[in-house]
Design a protein around this ligand. Structure first.
Ligand SMILES: Cc1cc2nc3c(=O)[nH]c(=O)nc-3n(C[C@H](O)[C@H](O)[C@H](O)COP(=O)(O)OP(=O)(O)OC[C@H]3O[C@@H](n4cnc5c(N)ncnc54)[C@H](O)[C@@H]3O)c2cc1C
Length: 293
């Protein structure tokens, strides 16, 4: 089985030898924390894959009013689509699938993903296989795939949180956790901020030379006799204006029409099999569908 690509990219990175896709970083979960972590690792130059079941809990929000930068609030489905587009634009490969197992491999981790809810798919020869140097769990609310690694977790009622240090490392080297699954406050901006922080921890733990992810005016470093530090970029006024215009066009396009996807809700509150809040389940242009959980 070859994972469905949600970013339209070619499967060039899927190793032809055995159908295994390799990456520097594999992020489990493409919600708020996972997509933000991925954007930071990819922008730093780490080859990054996100595997996701498209069930971000934020898709159940009615109107998102406390994310910085949106004074009038924003449609949460639209916000999630923008996070996904931003990750893709920065080179992240997004794959569709449910991660069912992460195992230690010779140099890093092997990750198995199935397409459905059935965990038996992890042992199916058809499961998607990935290898990665680092794994980030950003998969609220499923940490079961970490069982084989003895990652420390904390049970709280029906929930399981992954224990992390101050910057997102678990007790297993190379395994990190971000967002709600790491027991951060249940707010989108907190999940995004933690995703960024954990992404940066992965970068700092890697061999990549890195200072900050900054875009600065031309001369900001070099006029003071400094090299442009790794991770930073100096751009001149013309390039700045070009980027501003492209960004304005991009946002005009994104907000030109109401977002087509209906609000989702808690599966226990609806009786249709998709857990949608309306009887007419539509697909957004991004391919995001209504959740099963
Ligand atoms: C009804 C409701 C309204 C809310 N309103 C607000 C609000 O107004 N403001 C606010 O700040 N916060 C709000 N929140 C909270 C906010 O949605 C969460 O705090 C935030 O989404 C957490 O981000 P996350 O990345 O940790 O998890 P999520 O965004 O849920 O992302 C987790 C991702 O992991 C994926 N996943 C899970 N298991 C697997 C697996 N095994 N393999 C692959 N992928 C997997 C899921 O599909 C999902 O895409 C609301 C939540 C709800 C339920």
């Amino acid at each position: 089985m070859v994972a469905k690509e949600t970013d339209g990219s070619a499967t060039a990175d899927r190793d032809a030898r055995d159908g295994v896709e390799s990456a520097d970083v594999l992020i489990v979960g493409g919600g708020v924390a996972g997509l933000t972590a991925a954007t930071f690792t990819a922008r730093a130059g780490l080859d990054t894959v996100v595997v996701d079941t498209d069930e971000s809990i934020l898709a159940r929000n009615a109107h998102l009013e406390n994310v910085p930068g949106f004074p009038g609030g924003v449609n949460a489905r639209q916000f999630l689509d923008l996070l996904a587009e931003q990750a893709t634009e920065n080179g992240v490969r997004r794959r569709s699938g449910r991660v069912t197992a992460v195992e230690a491999a010779a140099d890093g981790f092997e990750v198995l993903a199935g397409v459905g809810d059935d965990e038996s798919e992890s042992t199916d020869v058809d499961a998607d296989r990935y290898v990665a140097d680092a794994v980030v769990a950003a998969s609220w609310s499923d940490a079961s795939y970490l069982d084989g690694l003895d990652v420390e977790t904390r049970e709280a009622g029906s929930k399981e949180y992954v224990a992390v240090d101050d910057v997102g490392r678990t007790n297993v080297a190379g395994v990190y956790a971000a967002g709600r699954i790491a027991e951060k406050y249940h707010q989108a901006v907190v999940a995004a901020g933690h995703g960024a922080e954990v992404g940066l921890t992965v970068v700092h733990d890697s061999d990549v030379a890195y200072y900050h992810d900054w875009v600065t005016p031309e001369g900001y470093f070099t006029d003071r006799g400094r090299e442009v530090p790794p991770g930073c970029e100096e751009i001149d006024g013309a390039e700045r204006d070009r980027r501003h215009e492209a960004a304005r066009e991009r946002m005009r396009e994104a907000f030109a029409e109401p977002h087509p996807e209906p609000q989702r809700t808690h599966p226990s509150l609806v009786d249709d099999e998709l857990g949608g809040s309306t009887s007419s389940i539509r697909r957004s242009p991004s391919g995001r569908s209504s959740p099963s959980a």
